[in-house]
Design a protein around this ligand. Structure first.
Ligand code: FAD
Length: 458
């Protein structure tokens, strides 16, 4: 009875902000322990450099960072090189190439040994080629590339302020929100066609129309949601809900992800006067506090991921495929125990999000396919992000949400022959995205306190 209906952003009665914050206080230490102390969850494999932005020519859309940074850092030339956006956006730490298909094919019974970065045995990170599954909400990281990409240490590359901003970043966000525009045939979508739509050349006209329509929709959205009576529990416009609940959910997932990224930028912000990394209350006020709908969407995502992780729990504990490495037995057992601890805590509240209300009406199945295709496109747009660190976290979190949606909408689909087994990259993305959301909730609470105390609010 207390599940959040997708119709409400965060319902007052059952899952107020404080309910989710209480839950987060319980879950967050466990999930942080998992993502910070296990090799399995602190290294992510992705194709960060080899994929071209499929939506626009790089010279237009890919910002060289220096140019992007001009709007944020008044004069790039005037600041020390280490603080420039191009430096801040660089990846740090060991990176290693995937061992390659020939080695993978051997499928060794004993773990491979080799140098995949500090303290990471290959046994913990090797992944075999997987088939693409129709039920994926994201483009698998290895799609259409010979190599499976690089391993990146998430601990060495925290999500924080990088100075990436300006036209390049805006173009990416516009394209992402453009996917929320569900009108028919705006441009062809991937899953049914097998490959990405490409709004270059003449098709760019359509793409522009989509973005403009999305912009209008967003303005309406903001007007509709700025209800001064409800500072933290945003109400939804039921008139729109009646129209299409699923489209609203799509928008909230994107907006909540954007809000979480903004929260980390503001929380881990570089003060270029002192050179200190510290919270920036004015940044929080401008981007989040004065837009309660964004905060509400962030909490909505927290509820959605909590539900996905709770739902995944029984599969993780019973499925023999989830052995978390097949390498060092002690380490694997410790990782498994930490995963199950997160699951147990996330399951300690009554079902917190009711996904069964979605994709129910007549157009349910086709709408679901549309929803899935659009989410895949969002994951493709991430290849257009012109800052390495931002792209890393953008890709990881899109994959995390994609995995959560797959768990919510595909795991109890009676038509499906079997429950899809999640890949390692999906699990890593899911739990790290959950950790990111948990840390956003904590930061928002602290920022709220700072605003109330009048600390540096704009
Ligand atoms: P933006 O955040 O660029 O927002 C653009 C517009 O979207 C706003 O004007 C507003 O109308 C609307 N909007 C903003 N927030 C929301 C929301 N939550 N819901 C709905 N609408 C909203 N920068 C970093 O410093 N570090 C990072 O790790 C980083 N990661 C990024 C990852 C991705 C995928 C992208 C696209 C960008 C990333 N950036 C990062 C850049 C960052 O998100 C901003 O684009 C940049 O800081 C400029 O911010 P802005 O204030 O101009 O507004």
């Amino acid at each position: 009875a207390c599940a959040i209906s997708p119709k409400a952003i965060v319902s007052d009665a059952c899952a107020s902000y404080s309910t989710l914050e209480r839950l987060n206080r319980k879950v967050n230490p466990a999930v942080e322990e998992l993502v910070q102390t296990t090799d399995f969850f602190s290294y992510y494999r992705l194709n960060l450099f080899n994929k071209k932005c499929p939506f626009w020519d790089e010279e237009n859309g890919m910002c060289g960072n220096i140019a992007c940074a001009v709007e944020t850092l008044d004069n790039e030339e005037d600041i020390p090189e280490v603080w420039r956006a191009s430096e801040l956006g660089k990846l740090e730490g060991p990176r290693a190439k995937h061992p390659g298909k020939s080695i993978q094919r051997e499928r060794p019974k004993t773990p491979l040994q080799g140098g995949l970065g500090e303290n990471v045995g290959e046994s913990c990170v090797v992944e075999y080629d997987d088939e693409c599954d129709d039920r994926d909400y994201c483009v698998p990281e290895d799609e259409s590339t010979a190599s499976k990409g690089d391993y990146v240490s998430l601990l060495r590359n925290p999500e924080r302020y990088t100075g990436y901003a300006g036209a390049g970043a805006k173009q990416v966000w516009d394209a992402i929100y453009g996917e929320n525009c569900f009108q028919k045939s705006s441009f062809p979508h991937s899953a049914s066609l097998g490959k990405v739509m490409m709004p270059k050349g003449p098709a760019a006209m359509d793409f522009k129309a989509v973005i403009e329509a999305a912009g209008r929709q967003q303005v309406l959205e903001e007007q509709r949601q700025s209800n001064p009576l409800t500072p933290f529990v945003a109400k939804t416009g039921l008139e729109h809900e009646a129209e299409c609940l699923e489209k609203r959910v799509f928008y909230r997932v994107i907006s909540g992800m954007h809000a979480s990224i903004s929260t980390h930028i503001c929380w881990d912000f570089l003060n270029q006067t002192t050179g200190q990394w510290q919270p920036n209350v004015a940044c929080y006020s401008n981007r989040l506090h004065n837009s309660p709908d964004r905060i509400s969407n962030l909490y909505f995502n927290y509820a959605l991921l909590t539900r996905a992780i709770a739902k995944l729990g029984p599969y993780l504990s019973s499925h023999t495929d989830y052995t978390f490495c097949m390498g060092d037995r002690d380490q694997d057992a410790a990782t498994r125990a930490k995963v199950l601890s997160v699951v147990e805590k996330a399951s300690s509240v009554p079902q917190i999000f009711d996904e069964s209300l979605m994709f129910k009406n007549g157009e349910g199945p086709s709408l679901k396919e549309d929803f899935r295709n659009r989410f895949r496109n969002v994951s493709r747009v991430m290849d257009c992000v012109g800052c390495d660190k931002c792209r890393l976290w953008g890709k990881l979190q899109t994959s995390g949400y994609g995995t959560a949606l797959k768990v919510l909408f595909e795991f109890d689909n009676n038509d499906a022959p079997e429950v899809p087994v999640l890949k390692r990259t999906e699990l890593v993305a899911l739990f790290n995205t959950y950790a990111r959301l948990g840390s956003s909730l904590s930061a928002i609470q602290q920022f709220r306190g700072m605003v109330e105390e009048g600390e540096g609010a704009a």
